[in-house]
Design a protein around this ligand. Structure first.
Ligand code: AGP
Length: 615
């Protein structure tokens, strides 16, 4: 949950590093710092608060120029977000600078050991032990990469580390365990970063690092080893999106941009996966068809919004494949002692590919013999690398902490997996699959129509900015949509919001309903299961009779809801199982606008980070 940038090359290191940190600010923004090698020494600056505070400090007291450096934006885990705890951290001689993402679980013992050898630690962080250990190891071996290997062998926990040493000025060294680190390789320069967005202005040629690896980056190239010094497996890849994709593109926020990008994101996620005959082509699902045929159940593990996608996927998988499908919060999964074996297909859904809860869940599943398929939006990230196969969503970089386009593309990927399972297992005929695929291909146009009609939703949101709570109701696949709408409002407007299965109202939640309480209701298609539609119309009447202010999301042409809707939001007619793709968008817009009306920073909501890389 922190942003890391390291650079060695010919450019002014601080320019490269600070610009890279700006691209990574979404990963953590409660303090920031930089270090540069210059004049035989090490110069640093670090400040609590957002990156702009560091910018001001650098403007007031510029650091000397140099072409090797590193930087960090922090999301605090150990130690308050203040100047002293900001990274980089140095050794007592001020010759080593290190930045870190993750948690060093045995830092307390290491701190005590270092203090016993006379080291004076200046911060409350776990990270600082690394700078002192590196200094000791370097003084013995004179090689920063070897020093890093020795130190990493002593660390427990999850970490990305990047370090420089004034006595070895031509190298930046990085290491990773259970935490992201990618390498950018340019002509006469190299970059280490948490995310490719930090260096795609300069190069799109990247190197993905494996678990427990150390990378030594120099102007003439990079060397990768294991923590034991053996040659490390190196996977080169080309970053297929450009710098502008990582910018706001004229929108007031990344979130608004990413909401608007949803039609393209869905279209891009379908690209290349459906042949001319309308048959699915999912070669990248490198799990043998026989294994999928023998699978006896599917278990999906995910967190947050990705978990809501998983809940929706369950309906599609069970309906199209007749396989039992369990959905589990990744953070609960392995503690439940789940029943898994080689006939279990585990699907791990993650936008960032670095969510520790989900990573640990898939590791547990693999230890139990299950096959794991990742659905992920971030090439080169840990979760796909540790899975048996991956189906990438092609949403492009999702910078805003609140997930929008990634969610819709996760749904598309889940539908494709469900159809693929049906195709492989023979529970869906080719023509049935083609019918669903045709509907999916029509979703981008439907999304464009929804986006064109959102002004009334924004106006409504602004009128509700002073409300204390909003409830969300749905049935069937509309229930996870209600949960997602509530999550968006919580994480953006800092407002209490709760999603319910509408059928649960009478079992307690209806006691919450009072005059003028806003209740958003996601109404299923009347063309699907009419009994489902009829019941939710009754639910709307029940809450309206008790004074609720009903905000009804319903299909064009569904007139039965009109008498009970204080606010009616129309969505294009869509097959029942695919409706979440269009019904979610008004809820995203609603939450974003209400948060904005409250003066909140929608891209970087308080207390949250884009990628939760600690458990
Ligand atoms: C959703 O808006 C949040 N940002 C959060 O719930 C997120 O979906 C969750 O942390 C999972 O992240 P992942 O998809 O990167 O694994």
């Amino acid at each position: 949950m922190c942003g890391i940038v390291g650079y060695v090359g010919f450019r002014p290191a601080l320019d490269v590093v600070v610009a890279g940190l700006k691209r990574l600010e979404y990963r953590g923004y409660d303090s920031a710092g930089v270090a540069v090698l210059a004049d035989g020494g090490l110069a640093t600056a670090k400040r609590a608060g957002k990156l702009v505070n560091l910018d001001k400090a650098l403007a007031e007291a510029p650091l000397p120029g140099g072409t090797v450096g590193l930087g960090h934006t922090r999301w605090a885990t150990h130690g308050a977000p203040n100047d002293a705890n900001a990274h980089p951290h140095l050794d007592n001689a001020g010759r080593v600078a290190v930045v870190h993402n993750g948690i060093i679980e045995n830092f307390a013992a290491l701190r005590a050991e270092l203090a016993g050898r006379g080291h004076a630690l200046a911060s409350e962080t776990d990270t600082e032990v690394v700078s002192h250990l590196l200094a000791e190891a370097f003084s013995a071996c004179g090689d920063l990469a070897e020093a890093m290997r020795q130190v990493c062998r002593r660390l427990d926990g999850a970490f990305t580390l990047v370090a420089v040493h004034a006595d070895e000025p031509g190298v930046v060294v990085g290491a990773r365990r259970n935490s992201p680190l990618v390498v950018g390789v340019g002509d006469g320069e190299a970059f280490l970063a948490s995310d490719v967005a930090a260096f795609i202005d300069h190069t799109r040629e990247a190197v993905e690092l494996g678990q427990d690896q150390v990378v030594e980056a120099r102007r003439d190239g990079v060397t990768v080893t294991t923590f034991d010094g053996a040659p490390g497996e190196v996977r080169n890849f080309h970053v297929d999106w450009d710098a502008s994709a990582a910018e706001k593109g004229g929108y007031a926020s990344f979130m608004l941009k990413e909401i608007a990008e949803q039609p393209k994101a869905v279209a891009d996620t379908l690209l290349g996966r459906i042949d001319e005959a309308g048959t699915l082509v999912l070669d990248e699902v490198r799990i043998p068809a026989e294994t999928l045929r023998e699978a006896e159940k599917v278990v999906i593990v995910a967190c947050g919004t990705a978990f809501h996608a998983a809940l929706i996927a369950k309906y599609a998988i069970e309906h199209w494949t007749r396989m039992p499908c369990e959905v589990e919060l990744a953070s609960e999964f392995r503690y439940r002692d789940p029943i898994l074996d080689q006939r279990t297909l585990v699907v791990a859904i993650s936008q960032s590919g670095e969510t520790m809860d989900t990573l640990m869940a898939l590791r547990h599943a693999r230890e139990q013999g299950a096959r794991v398929l990742a659905i992920c939006n971030t090439n080169g990230s840990t979760i796909p690398r540790e899975s048996d196969a991956v189906l990438y969503t092609h949403a492009g970089p999702e910078v805003a902490v609140a997930s929008t386009k990634a969610f819709l593309t996760q749904l598309v990927a889940c539908y494709l997996v469900a159809l693929y399972l049906g195709q492989v297992r023979g529970t869906k005929w080719g023509d049935e699959i083609r019918d669903v695929v045709r509907e999916l291909s029509g979703v981008p146009a439907r999304l464009e129509r929804v986006l064109e009609t959102m002004e009334p939703v924004r106006e409504l949101a602004r009128t509700l900015a002073d409300k204390r709570t909003v409830l969300f109701l749905g049935r069937h696949v509309g229930y996870p949509v209600a949960l997602e709408g509530a999550l968006k409002l919580k994480e953006l407007a800092y407002m209490h919001a709760e999603g319910f299965a509408a059928g649960e109202l009478k079992h307690g939640p209806i006691a919450l309903v009072e005059r003028d309480l806003p209740v958003v209701v996601v109404v299923p298609s009347p063309r699907g299961r009419s009994v489902l539609h009829g019941k939710i119309v009754s639910n709307i009447q029940e809450i309206r009779a008790r004074g609720a202010r009903t905000v009804v999301i319903a299909e064009e042409g569904d007139e039965s809801v009109v008498p009970y809707a204080d606010h009616l939001v129309r969505i294009p007619a869509t097959p029942t199982l695919l409706q979440p793709l269009v019904a979610t968008v008004p809820l995203q817009v609603f939450a974003c606008e209400l948060a904005t009306a409250r003066g909140n920073e929608v891209d970087q909501p308080r207390n949250l980070a884009k990628s939760v890389t600690v458990e």
